[in-house]
Write a protein of this length. Structure first.
Length: 140
């Protein structure tokens, strides 16, 4: 089972920890904005995750069964700030993963995202499953 534990949320995004077996990394999603498509993190809940590849994201994971939402991925990126107030954002409601958390060009975000995404996808592939459960929980 994959698990995202959300630790804090602000206009700069929703920061957490993603865990899959022995694999751990930082996660970053947009702040909660009422589950609005393209602007909000997904609701806390239970979902399924499957491998995904497209022209835009050659390597990603797809989160399925999100109420009222489609196209939710786990992919690379550094920022997930609130676009409505002009903050940098590489997510349209998706989950970003990274190795470290910090300030990147004056905005809180995550770093080494592409590297961590590759490791996460390899770890997922080693499970030899088409889909696995995902549990998303808010701590704060």
């Amino acid at each position: 089972m994959m698990k995202i534990t959300r630790l804090e949320s602000s206009d700069y995004g929703t920061f957490g920890i993603l865990a899959l077996g022995g694999f751990r990394c930082f996660s970053l999603e947009p702040p909660w904005r009422g589950n609005a498509q393209g602007l909000s993190c997904i609701p806390a809940g239970d979902y399924m995750v499957e491998p995904w590849s497209s022209k835009t994201y050659r390597q990603a994971l797809h989160i399925t069964n999100v109420p009222g939402r489609e196209g939710i991925l786990v992919h690379q990126g550094n920022w997930a700030g609130d676009k409505l107030i002009g903050l940098r954002c590489n997510s349209n409601g998706c989950v970003l993963v990274g190795q470290a958390r910090g300030v990147i060009i004056d905005q809180p975000g995550i770093a080494a995202s592409l590297l961590v995404l590759a490791e996460l996808c390899k770890f997922f592939e080693a499970l030899k499953k088409e889909k696995i459960p995902l549990e998303v929980r808010d701590v704060a």
